[in-house]
Design a protein around this ligand. Structure first.
Ligand SMILES: Cc1cc2nc3c(=O)[nH]c(=O)nc-3n(C[C@H](O)[C@H](O)[C@H](O)COP(=O)(O)OP(=O)(O)OC[C@H]3O[C@@H](n4cnc5c(N)ncnc54)[C@H](O)[C@@H]3O)c2cc1C
Length: 440
């Protein structure tokens, strides 16, 4: 079966299985190397393997919930959208969420996803109490910060390469409504955008849309958006009476692949200029429902088709705090000069994180989508070089094209990860197109 990640690049002919029981999974693991797949929302080749791709969506039960601590125990294939549907009406929301709710619990743990609150609450790791992982012999072990700590540390952010996550316990946060109080702050250049982030350390959520085609004095102009879960006092009488009821979204869909020429420096430049002007006019406070706030793109079905048939790739790096300003300037200057803009350019401030292998570190992370063309692939190689020069690293859940040499230069934690993979034969049992491309 031809499969890809969300970016539709690369496409790989995979042998796909969909087990429903632990015994079926044990039999598959015994057959040879494979990789777990969640809902295929990673962009590149992390959840693809020609010889064995295991679709985990058959493991989708929620097993228990403790209303005193907010701890939910669930199987790895359960979708975040189902968790929210079950628990938001009871006053609970995920502590950490990526920008789409169509991901599985296993996929979120394996990528150690981050949200708009990393500076305050950390990554997925901060909300996971334990995981249960199957190894290459079909043995299932529970791992937590205190039990099998090495397995725990490497499974979170390990991209499925330490084994198959079967179940996990994660903590949800109590919320008083399904609404977010959003504040939009326009920043005319990068220095002002970064100053706004630094001054907003207490905000629960912060993120900036950045106009990556702006140059000169406007380099880095951004709309910084802060958010807080709304309390009853933030709501009018009608909403306060039913604080978890938010309007259903009209779901639009992109019906077919856009032609390759539809995205060029003129169309993206016009979109970015318009978005900036509209954002500046709408600056200030507004009340936004949770779905529109956290998952704006989920309202548009198949939006990955707007990049055309050849697919698209995301570039996401994080730069250490001290090198962030010069590094971001260099990245943005390179992009603006190339004219290969992206209208999904997102800037976030990460808080401190010291993990075994996962992506976040204290500093700034920049993410951009590009249609896959020879010119954008060459541009992304140049962005890799700028990132390396500034001591940054790369997000494997988004990557589809980096070279093994780049990754190995970027990440001094790699030898220890590889040693862990080699021990107990995990490298033999778990492999993906990504692990082969990047020599993991
Ligand atoms: C629109 C959009 C917005 C996004 N925003 C963000 C964001 O803000 N922050 C962020 O961090 N990420 C973001 N992402 C990336 C996304 O959160 C991750 O790629 C996530 O891992 C996808 O989950 P999935 O269930 O689809 O996993 P898949 O894409 O299927 O797999 C991802 C990885 O998880 C592994 N995996 C999946 N299930 C298991 C399992 N049961 N056991 C072991 N390994 C497993 C796979 O082997 C693979 O390496 C975004 C993606 C999209 C499409």
């Amino acid at each position: 079966m031809i499969l890809s990640g969300w970016g539709r690049f690369p496409r790989v002919d995979c042998r796909v299985t969909r087990p429903r029981t632990e015994a079926e999974l044990q039999a598959l693991v015994a057959e040879g190397a494979l990789i777990a797949r969640g809902n295929g929302r990673s962009y590149g080749d992390a959840a693809l393997s020609a010889q064995g791709t295991v679709d985990m969506r058959g493991f989708s039960r929620m097993l228990s919930f403790d209303a005193a601590t907010g701890q939910l125990v669930a199987e790895a294939g359960v979708l975040l959208s189902d968790i929210i549907a079950a628990f938001l009406p009871r006053g609970w929301f995920p502590l950490v969420t990526p920008g789409t709710k169509f991901v599985t619990l296993g996929g979120m743990i394996a990528a150690d996803v981050h949200g708009k609150n990393h500076h305050k609450d950390g990554s997925m790791a901060a909300s996971v109490d334990w995981v249960e992982v199957m190894d290459g012999d079909g043995v299932v072990q529970r791992a937590s910060a205190t039990q099998n700590a090495e397995l725990f540390g490497y499974t979170i952010g390990g991209m499925g390469l330490t084994g198959i996550i079967l179940r996990a316990a994660l903590r949800l946060r109590p919320v008083q409504s399904g609404w977010i109080v959003q504040e939009t702050l326009p920043a005319p250049d990068l220095a002002r955008a970064m100053a706004l982030f630094e001054a907003s350390g207490n905000a629960t959520y912060s993120v900036a849309w950045i106009d990556c085609l702006a140059s000169g004095d406007s380099l880095g102009r951004s709309l910084v958006m802060l958010g807080e879960h709304a309390a009853p006092a933030d709501l009018d009488n009608r909403r306060r009476a039913r604080p978890f009821v938010t309007p259903p979204k009209r779901r639009l869909s992109v019906p077919f692949d856009a032609p390759g020429f539809a995205l060029n420096r003129y169309s993206v430049g016009a979109f970015n200029a318009l978005y900036w002007r509209r954002g500046r006019r709408a600056a200030g406070r507004s009340l936004v429902d949770w779905d529109s706030y956290f998952y704006p793109l989920d309202g548009i079905g198949h939006w990955n088709r707007i990049y055309g048939r050849k697919g698209f790739a995301q570039f996401q790096c994080v730069l250490p705090l001290a090198a962030s300003e010069p590094g971001l300037r260099a990245l943005l200057a390179e992009i603006a000069a190339s004219g290969q803009g992206s209208f999904l350019a997102v800037l976030k401030r990460f808080g401190a994180q010291d993990s075994r292998f996962s992506f976040p570190m204290e500093g700034y992370t920049l993410a951009l989508d590009f249609p896959v063309t020879p010119a954008t692939l060459a541009l992304m190689d140049r962005l890799d070089a700028v990132t390396l020069d500034h001591g940054g690293r790369f997000y494997l859940a988004k990557d589809a094209r980096m070279s093994a040499a780049t990754l190995h230069r970027a990440d001094p934690r790699l030898p220890a990860f590889l040693a862990m993979r080699a021990a107990e034969g995990r490298a033999r049992s778990f492999a993906s197109a990504l692990s082969e491309r990047l020599d993991l």
